[in-house]
Design a protein around this ligand. Structure first.
Ligand code: UN1
Length: 511
């Protein structure tokens, strides 16, 4: 769906679409065709300030509604996401280039997140805790933190905004959201949904823009918590800034240099299938995509020949076509990064096994000549314990895949798996439960899988990473920790004051 080219989409602040203070606009482009999908006002720092003011002003009234009442607005959106899955999936595919089943899955994942958040409104919130003193009642209670700033990426342009916002809103927070500048049309559609649901003015605000607008959210003293999903570079900058602002918290989820570990006990059908899905779904542009395949020497040759054959043949093409496996990369800059890292791998001594980085013109679908087309790039390289090879430790965010042969036991395989600054996702392929359990207990990752691809987490699982991959969970069920304050509330039912830990409650005086 391309919106009329003369329309310049506005910001959504305080319950209405309004013009911002800036005079610049930007466009959204279909990465498969180069076609313009819409024009958007470029939000300024003043627009962010205005959105934050309106969110702050709406907070008191919103938090005073019950969880169940607040969830009703989200149920409206849930039904819309369900009813419009095909249409919205097509918008996702057109705007970010994911093949159509992934475009639809993005919308389905958003619906699941909204369902979880709205359903959770009727579940217990907090804990009844025993007290050392029988006459005391003790509880852990949750309160909304206030105004939440949400900064979301382009690769899940519908699901991730709802990861951030659905629970935040049901818990009684207000939000200021900056969608990724690559997918503003999805942002516009989501804002229209909140508007149609009649959410009270100021509770939900959206400002379309670039990094300067995002930075204003992070710098503002009137934002209580920042949720960020995106690159490690930006996430660490946010965490550093927020640490300087007492009272503000953040939860960031960043990328990974994820791996599939294939042991000598692997079922190779499962191994090859899982590896292809992990490395090439979404054209390698999931935070959880795998750019490393760590394969035991006993099964290496067979795995390699089967994997390479598929990598040579996976269908790259029009993402709207049902038989496409890989769409384009999101933007030209990303193609350049991919090409640079492919060269880096060569310079670092890689043997290239598949090089479809520059596709044959015959492989590019008609009418799609201006798309950001690439195919798989697969290489083998000797793993270095010294840690000097950048190509196997830095995230590329593209179908750039290293095969690493290892020998020895499961401990060695997991050691290589852990040898990256990141720790988001990973998978082990093995028929041996001892190997699987060793991996489960020692792999340094937030999301791990046995005999599966390392992608495709469900929303009621925690989603976040360790090491350089994140400092919290801006997503899925665990986001509740990022958007609520916990209060330890203790009530005395006695007329006497009696203290825990045997602490004396006597007040003694000199006489
Ligand atoms: C991302 O990797 O950028 O687990 C998000 C998955 C999806 C979310 C991925 N549910 O693959």
């Amino acid at each position: 769906m391309s919106r009329e080219s003369t329309v310049v989409h506005q910001q959504y602040i305080n319950g209405e679409f309004v013009s911002g203070t800036g005079d610049e606009s930007f466009t959204s482009e279909n990465p498969a065709t180069g076609e313009t999908l819409g024009t958007f006002e470029r939000g300024t720092t003043a627009d962010i300030e205005r959105a934050i003011e309106s969110a702050n002003a709406a907070f008191e009234e919103w938090r005073n509604l019950s969880h169940i009442r607040r969830a009703e607005y989200l149920w409206e959106i849930y039904h819309e996401l369900k009813e419009r899955t095909d249409e919205l999936g097509e918008i996702v595919t057109k705007e970010c280039g994911k093949e159509i089943s992934e475009g639809r899955a993005d919308v389905v994942e958003a619906a699941h997140m909204v369902e979880w958040a709205a359903g959770d409104a009727r579940h217990p919130h907090g804990d009844v805790v025993p007290s050392e003193i029988p006459s005391k009642d003790a509880y852990m209670r949750r309160k909304p933190v206030g105004t939440i700033g949400c900064i979301t990426p382009w690769n899940f342009p519908v699901a991730i905004p709802f990861w951030h916002m659905a629970v935040a809103l049901v818990e009684g927070n207000t939000v200021v959201w900056k969608p990724a500048e690559q997918t503003p049309l999805c942002g516009q559609v989501i804002a229209e949904m909140f508007d149609a649901a009649g959410i009270p003015d100021g509770v939900f605000n959206m400002v379309q823009g670039f990094g300067d607008a995002g930075a204003e959210i992070v710098d503002s003293a009137a934002i209580d918590s920042v949720l960020f999903t995106g690159s490690a570079e930006v996430g660490h900058e946010i965490a550093g800034k927020v640490a300087q602002q007492p009272g503000t918290t953040c939860a960031c989820e960043m990328g990974g240099k994820n791996a599939v570990l294939v042991t000598e006990k692997a079922d190779l059908d499962i191994a090859v299938h899982s590896a292809v899905m992990s490395s090439f779904k979404t054209t390698g542009q999931r935070c959880v995509s795998s750019e490393r395949l760590i394969v035991h020497e006993d099964v290496y040759d067979e795995f390699k020949s089967r994997y390479v054959e598929l990598a040579e043949n996976v269908a790259v093409g029009n993402p709207l076509a049902e038989d496409t496996f890989m769409g384009p990369l999101i933007e030209e800059r990303q193609v350049e990064r991919f090409v640079e890292y492919n060269q880096l791998a060569r310079d670092e001594g890689a043997t290239v096994l598949v090089d479809r980085a520059e596709l044959d013109p015959a492989e590019i679908p008609d009418g799609h000549e201006d798309g950001n087309w690439v195919g798989p790039f697969v290489y083998e390289i000797d793993y270095d314990d010294a840690g000097e090879l950048r190509s196997i430790r830095e995230e590329v965010f593209a179908p750039h895949v290293a095969l690493l042969k290892y020998s020895g036991d499961i401990e060695r395989g997991v050691e290589i798996q852990n040898d990256t600054p990141y720790g988001l996702a990973g998978a082990i392929i093995s028929e041996d439960y001892r190997q699987i359990n060793y991996y489960r207990d020692h792999a340094e990752v937030g999301l791990s899988y046995g005999n599966l691809p390392c992608i495709g987490a469900e929303v009621h699982l925690p989603f976040g990473g360790v090491k350089k991959s994140g400092n919290g969970y801006p997503s899925a069920r665990e986001v509740i920790e990022a958007v609520t304050e916990r209060t330890a509330w203790t009530l005395n039912n006695s007329k006497d004051i009696e203290m825990a830990q045997g602490l004396s409650a006597d007040i003694t005086t000199d006489n």
